[in-house]
Design a protein around this ligand. Structure first.
Ligand code: SAH
Ligand code: SF4
Length: 393
C-alpha cells in the first residue's frame, strides 16, 4: 500500500512547482501579463480543479488575447458558476488611457496611467504594409544618456509584465483590432510589430519584459512572431545573451558613437561595458537567437558623432556582425545640449555606411506635431501640463 505522498501521487509539473499555490491578498489579481504556468496556477489557487486547469487556462487565454474579451461574463464556453468564480478573484485590467493624440500622419500617441498614478507613453506608427507599436518598459530610466529626454527623468519604477502587455491590448482596443466571434480568420494586422523603444531600459527590467513578450508571442493569442519584436538596449551586456536565449526577439543597440571617449559621454553605460565588450557579446547574438541581423541605432548629432571618419570607423567596428544601421536624426527637446545634424551630413554618412555593404535607412521623423518621436516621450506631456498650469520655466 502506498501513502498519498507515495509513488502513486499525481505528478506535479515543474513549472507549477515554482509558483506559490495561493492568491496574493489585497484584492483581485490581474490576469493580464501572467505567463501560461502562472495563469494556470492562479486558476488552481482560486479553486479550479487541477484536472481542468490546463483546459481552462487555454480557454481563458484565448478569450483575453485572441478575442480581446475584458469581461468574464462574455466567456460563453465556461459554466456560469465558473465565470462568477473568476469574476470574484480576478480582473482583466489594462492601463487607463489618459489622452490619445493622433498626428496628421496617422501616428497615435497614448498617455497611459498605471497603478500608483504613474504615466507612461506608447506610440502607434502606421506604415504601408505594417503597423509598429512602440512601448515602454519603465517609468523613467536609471540611465542618463545625455541626448535623451527620458534620461533626464528619474526612474520611478519598472513596469509589470501586465502593464507591458497592457500597452499592446490598449492599442488593439483603440484600433478596433479584435476578430468578431465566428468571423473567418483575418490575417491583416494593424499592430504587426512591437518595438521596445519607449521609455526605459528594457534589459534593466528583464523578467517582466521577457514574460510580457512570451504572452505577446503566444500563438493562441496576440501571436506576434519573435521576428516582429525588436528590443532596443543601450548595451546592458550581461543580459544580451539571455535575451537571445529566453526571448529570441530581434535586437537593436543604441550605439551612437565610434570611440569610447564619445560614447562615454553620450551613453554613459559605456563606462561600465565599453564598445569592445559590447561588440564581443553582439557577435554571438545572431547565432544564439537564430535571427538574421542586429540593428545599430545611431543618433545624428551635429559635430559630435557625424563625421565621415565616424562613418568609416563604424563600419570597421561592426565588421563581421550581420547588421543594419538605423540613422536617427536627433529629435531636439528644449534645453538639449545637442543639435540635429544637417540633412546633407546625414546623407553623406548614410552613403559611406551603405557603400560598405550595410543597409543604412534614415529614420523618418513621425508624429512630430504630437511630439511622438524617440526620446521625447512623456517629457513632452509633462511639459505641456506645466505650461498649462503656468509652471513652465
Ligand atoms: N533604453 C533603450 C530603449 C529606449 S530609447 C535604449 O536606449 O536603447 C529608444 C531609442 O531612441 C534609442 O536608440 C535612443 O538612444 C533613442 N533616442 C533617445 N533620445 C533620442 C532623441 N532625442 N533623438 C533621437 N533618438 C533618441
Ligand atoms: Fe534610458 Fe534609453 Fe534614454 Fe539612455 S536612451 S536614458 S537608456 S531611455
Amino acid at each position: 500500500m502506498t501513502t498519498p505522498q507515495g509513488p502513486t501521487a499525481a505528478p506535479i509539473t515543474q513549472d507549477v512547482l515554482t509558483i506559490p499555490r495561493k492568491l496574493p491578498e489585497g484584492g483581485p489579481v490581474n490576469l493580464v501579463g501572467l505567463t501560461r504556468p502562472q495563469l494556470r496556477e492562479a486558476l488552481i489557487a482560486a479553486g479550479t480543479p487541477e484536472k481542468q486547469a490546463k483546459m481552462r487556462e487555454g480557454q481563458i487565454w484565448q478569450w483575453i488575447y485572441h478575442w480581446g474579451v475584458r469581461d468574464f461574463a462574455q466567456m460563453t464556453n465556461l459554466a456560469k458558476d465558473y465565470r462568477a468564480l473568476l469574476a470574484e478573484h480576478f480582473v482583466i485590467g489594462l492601463p487607463e488611457v489618459v489622452t490619445r493624440q493622433i498626428s496628421a500622419d496617422g501616428t497615435r500617441k497614448y498617455l497611459l496611467r498605471i497603478t500608483g498614478g504613474h504615466e507612461v507613453e506608447a506610440v502607434y506608427i502606421p506604415e504601408e504594409n505594417r503597423g509598429t507599436l512602440c512601448i515602454s518598459s519603465q517609468v523613467g530610466c536609471t540611465l542618463t544618456c545625455s541626448f535623451c529626454h527620458t534620461g533626464t527623468q528619474k526612474l520611478v519604477r519598472n513596469l509589470t509584465a501586465g502593464e507591458i502587455v497592457g500597452q499592446v491590448l490598449v492599442a488593439r482596443d483603440d484600433l478596433g483590432e479584435w476578430p468578431e466571434p465566428g468571423a473567418p480568420k483575418d490575417e491583416t494586422r494593424l499592430v504587426s510589430n512591437v518595438v521596445l523603444m519607449g521609455m526605459g531600459e528594457p534589459l534593466y527590467n528583464f523578467e517582466n519584459v521577457r514574460d510580457a513578450m512570451k504572452v505577446v508571442m503566444d500563438g493562441e493569442g496576440l501571436s506576434l512572431s519573435r521576428r516582429r519584436i525588436t528590443l532596443s538596449t543601450s548595451g546592458v551586456v550581461p543580459e544580451i545573451a539571455r535575451t537571445a536565449e529566453e526571448i529570441g526577439c530581434l535586437l537593436a543597440i543604441s550605439f551612437h558613437a565610434t570611440t569610447d571617449e564619445v560614447r562615454d559621454r553620450l551613453v554613459p553605460i559605456n563606462k561600465r561595458w565599453n564598445i569592445e565588450t559590447l561588440l564581443n557579446v553582439l557577435r554571438d547574438y545572431p547565432r544564439l537567437s537564430n535571427s538574421e541581423r542586429i540593428t545599430f541605432e545611431y543618433v545624428m548629432l551635429k559635430g559630435v558623432n557625424d563625421s565621415d571618419a565616424d562613418a568609416r570607423r563604424l563600419v570597421k567596428l561592426i565588421a563581421g556582425i550581420p547588421a543594419k544601421i538605423n540613422l536617427i536624426p536627433f529629435n531636439e527637446w528644449p534645453g538639449a545640449p545637442y543639435e540635429r545634424s544637417d540633412w546633407e551630413r546625414i546623407e553623406a554618412f548614410a552613403d559611406i555606411v551603405y557603400k560598405a555593404g550595410y543597409a543604412s535607412p534614415i529614420r523618418t521623423p513621425r508624429g512630430e506635431d504630437i511630439m511622438a518621436a524617440c526620446g521625447q516621450l512623456k517629457s513632452a506631456t509633462e511639459r505641456a501640463r506645466r505650461e498649462k498650469t503656468g509652471l513652465a520655466g
